[in-house]
Structure formats: structure tokens, C-alpha cells
Design a protein around this ligand. Structure first.
Ligand code: GLN
Length: 269
């Protein structure tokens, strides 16, 4: 418990948070400021310009946020949001926290389809929906189907689409291709689970431990879902269609080999 009598203003509370988070974060002050500014609904710049008083209620909430963060809870779950592609997305523990590297996947998809009208896209494992929503905003009238095995995740994705007034992404509960009938797509895109649970360092585990296992881990050294998607996607691709996958830094040779085996051409890193 914090001795509440010792906190009269935001600065002292931020110092408490910074100290507590210094063993788990490289940017403890920033994290403490983000959490407190979220609670107070103010711009963190105010911490540097104004002397901000703190109510006991805010102190209690901040203390419990710092405690959760200290135990590994991602900031995005504590604030319920995450910026991605300069947009703001709702996030909760039923979905992965969007990572900057996934923006790279999207950039490639945009490059591929930017001059196409109404490209047909299938996203596998949409989670919070960020990939499909960004593609919807960036491309010309795309027809997007986004599946996930988790209905909780799809709720988040639907809320995010709604927030950006997108009503025509076809969100579907499906175990990979199971509910996809005889459709063909110009692009199949996915950030599937690809983490090898057995080979994580303690630091890596700390970062991802509170995110959904189903979105992160895959059997066979992290490759089993990648393999399944590579083997089955060609049946759902138009002639000349593309499969785009995010994978771990050391799975690129594996993916290229599997794609070759499955008959893909123009395989690029
Ligand atoms: N990039 C994430 C990580 O390394 C994993 C995302 C995923 O498995 N799709 O923590």
C-alpha cells in the first residue's frame, strides 16, 4: 500500500510509479506518466507545466495499475487502447497488442494492391482487426473477410471497425479456413501465432505472458500454423493472388521452403 498522506500531487505519484517500474522497464517514467495521464484524462505534457492535485480515488487506481504493470500487464491492456498506423484502437486481453512490425506487413499489402479496385482480401486471425481496418482505410473499396477463432477477439475487431465507421468488413468466427467456402481472394494476409513457447527467455516471456496464448504460440518450434496456412492458402487464392505472412525473424527460410513446396512462385522476404 502507498502511504497516501505522502502524495499530494501528480509529480510525487509519478515518482513512486517510476521507481516501482524501473526494474521492469527501460522507460519507467514515461510508463508512469502514460498511466496517470490516462486515469486523469489529460495530456501528459501537463505534468511538466502544471501542479496537478490528486484525489485518493485516483491514487488507489494508479497504485493498482502500477502493481499490474509491475507484474507484466501490457500498458495497452491497462489503458484499453493502442496506437497503430497513427490510429487509435480498442484493445483488451482477448487480443494481441498490435506491434509496430505488423505495420510493415500492411505497407507491403498496400504497395501490392494500391492501384487495384475492389481487391478481395482474406485476413486470417484478425485479433483486434487492425490489419483489415487499416487496409480498408488505405485501399480502394476492398472486399475484406476477416476471420478469428475467438469470438471475444472478433467483438474487439467489430468495435474497432465501428469506431472508424467501417461496416462492410465480413467478420467471421472460423478456425482458419473452416468457414470459408468456395471463395477466392487476391490476397490472403495473416499475423498468425508463430512463437516457440519452449525457447523464450524470461525477459521475452515477461513481455508476452499476459497476452492470449492462442494468438502467440504455435507447435513445432512455432511453425505449425504457418505451415498450415501456407499449405492451404493456394486453394483460396485467385490465379496470381498473393499470400503475405508475418513470421519470426528466424523463420524466413522455413517459410520460403514451405512455400516452394506448396507451389508458390515469386516468393519474397
Ligand atoms: N511479434 C510478436 C512477438 O514476438 C508475436 C506475434 C505473433 O505471434 N503473431 O511477441
Amino acid at each position: 500500500m502507498i502511504d497516501q498522506s505522502s502524495f499530494r500531487n501528480a509529480e510525487s505519484l509519478i515518482r513512486f510509479g517510476t521507481e516501482k517500474l524501473s526494474s521492469i522497464s527501460n522507460v519507467p517514467r514515461l510508463e508512469a506518466e502514460v498511466l496517470l495521464s490516462d486515469l486523469l484524462k489529460i495530456n501528459p505534457i501537463k505534468f511538466h507545466t502544471d501542479d496537478i492535485g490528486i484525489s485518493p480515488n485516483v491514487m488507489d487506481k494508479f497504485e493498482s495499475m502500477i502493481e499490474s504493470r509491475f507484474r507484466g500487464m501490457p500498458i495497452a491492456y491497462l489503458t484499453g487502447k493502442k496506437e497503430f498506423w497513427s490510429l487509435n484502437f480498442e484493445i483488451n486481453p482477448s487480443v494481441l497488442v498490435p506491434r509496430p512490425e505488423t505495420e510493415l506487413l500492411i505497407e507491403n499489402a498496400i504497395e501490392l494492391l494500391k492501384y487495384r479496385e475492389s481487391p478481395r482480401i482474406l485476413e486470417l486471425g484478425t485479433g483486434s482487426g487492425v490489419i483489415s481496418i487499416v487496409l480498408h482505410k488505405e485501399l480502394v473499396s476492398p472486399e475484406i473477410t476477416a476471420i478469428d477463432i475467438s469470438s471475444e477477439a472478433l467483438n474487439v475487431a467489430e468495435n474497432n471497425a465501428h469506431k472508424y465507421q467501417i461496416t462492410d468488413i465480413n467478420f467471421l468466427v472460423s478456425d482458419w479456413f473452416r468457414e470459408i467456402k468456395d471463395e477466392k481472394y487476391d490476397l490472403i494476409i495473416s499475423n498468425p501465432p508463430y512463437v516457440d513457447k519452449e525457447n523464450l527467455s524470461n525477459e521475452e516471456l515477461f513481455i508476452i505472458d499476459m497476452e492470449p496464448d492462442i494468438a502467440l504460440y504455435s507447435e513445432s518450434d512455432g511453425t505449425s500454423d504457418l505451415e498450415f496456412i501456407i499449405r492451404n492458402s493456394s486453394m483460396f487464392l485467385e490465379h496470381g493472388g498473393w499470400l503475405m505472412l508475418e513470421h519470426a525473424y528466424d523463420q524466413s527460410d522455413y517459410c520460403m521452403k514451405e512455400m516452394k513446396k506448396a507451389g508458390y512462385s515469386e516468393i519474397k522476404k
